[in-house]
Write a protein that binds this ligand. Structure first.
Ligand SMILES: *Cc1c(COP(=O)(O)O)cnc(C)c1O
Length: 365
């Protein structure tokens, strides 16, 4: 039971719509629904429920996130994008059909020296140039052979990750594609490959020539946000899943010259009407938002004014007629793209979603 009306509405139909669009654009490929970080802040169980019928497997960052899904009864395979951090995780992976990424030597050793009741499907990660995770391309064939020869290992999927995903013209993207193709050839893996995330899937000139036999790893698009790429031609009719809303809790008039909020950052240039809205940085609304950041109320956009507080923001409603206590304000959602707020706050939509805090109820609609 929540008395406070501040909430993140989660639109299940939008989820299904987006997942189907991704299916269609990824014809020939299998879809890995990326639901790490509590489903990008949308609530992992609602997310998994809404997309399970539309994806071939789930991906999360680490084992605890996967076990939460198993405990909730989901049976699709789950990829652990960072793999296992200790050998103790391997029997649990085998038991629950969790598929770890293998990206560095201690993970390989643990798999080769374990005694598992059942072989693990693993994802062998190649560092094609992002230099975050993965094996040097020249080590991949050897590691692949060692995994292949182990009774602990079943299917092996070869994967890599773009540093400039969706930018097919970037020189590093081309280098990454070349290196990935080379290790595919060397290991003779022609199916079970995975390099594209949301942006790579949707960029108009595909980063990879064919998606047949590939797994596409889609996160952001599932949640209804088109990736921001140099290729501005991404015109896929995604529907935002999250609508972040909060009520007006006070309205006042202030004279010219008076200021609003901490640090008196904003000063009234005219006689102004100010509404106070029950959402702040403790809810995940970014404190970095400057004056002028849009919020949506009464069917139109008005500016945030004054510093974002822990539990509240203030907005300028001078140009609106009848805003009253209790009225609903949309901070982002179908009427106000989250990217606009991300840009104002100097960040990306991913971070805004993940930062919606635990005290904001996720409400399925
Ligand atoms: C999070 C993640 C993805 C999903 O990326 P989106 O841009 O959200 O589609 C894909 N691959 C890896 C390795 C990831 O960590």
């Amino acid at each position: 039971m929540h008395f406070r009306a501040t909430r993140a509405e989660i639109d299940r139909d939008a989820f299904a719509h987006n997942a189907q669009l991704i299916r269609d654009s990824a014809a020939g490929a299998k879809v890995l629904g990326v639901i790490k970080a509590d489903g990008y802040g949308h609530g992992v169980i609602s997310t998994a429920n809404a997309i399970a019928a539309h994806v071939d497997a789930f991906a999360v960052a680490f084992i605890d996130e996967a076990l939460q899904l198993r405990e909730a009864g989901f049976s699709l395979p789950i990829v652990l994008l960072e793999g296992c951090l200790s050998a103790a995780e391997l029997p649990i992976c085998a038991h629950h059909n969790l598929q770890p990424v293998v990206h560095e030597p201690s993970q390989l050793d643990a798999i080769l020296t374990s005694r598992l009741v059942r072989p693990l499907a693993v994802w062998l990660k190649v560092d094609t140039g992002m230099h975050r995770l993965g094996w040097h391309p020249q080590d991949v064939a050897r590691v692949y052979r060692e995994l292949e020869a182990s009774p602990n290992v079943g299917a092996i999927t070869l994967m890599s990750h773009y540093a400039n995903s969706g930018d097919s013209e970037h020189p590093l993207t081309q280098r990454q594609n070349d290196l990935f193709s080379a290790v595919c050839a060397e290991t003779a893996i022609t199916e079970s490959l995975s390099i594209a995330n949301s942006a790579a899937l949707l960029s108009s000139s595909k980063d990879f020539s064919t998606l047949d036999g590939h797994w596409v790893r889609t996160g952001l698009t599932l949640y209804g946000v088109a990736p921001r790429t140099p290729d501005q031609n991404i015109k896929i009719p995604l529907r935002p899943v999250m609508r972040l809303v909060a009520p007006v809790i006070a309205v006042r008039e202030i004279p010219v010259g008076d200021s609003v909020g901490y640090g008196s950052r904003w000063q009234a240039k005219r006689k102004s009407r100010i509404a106070t809205v029950a959402i702040g940085y403790a809810d995940g609304y970014p404190r970095h938002c400057p004056d002028g950041t849009p919020v949506y109320v009464h069917g139109t956009e008005v500016p945030l004014i004054g510093t974002v507080s822990m539990d509240m923001i203030t907005i300028d409603i001078t140009d609106l007629d009848a805003v009253q206590v209790g009225d609903e304000v949309e901070l982002w959602g179908p009427n106000l793209p989250v990217d606009r707020i991300a840009e104002a706050a100097g960040t990306i939509s991913y971070e805004l979603f993940c930062r919606v805090s635990a005290r904001v109820p996720r409400v399925e609609i």
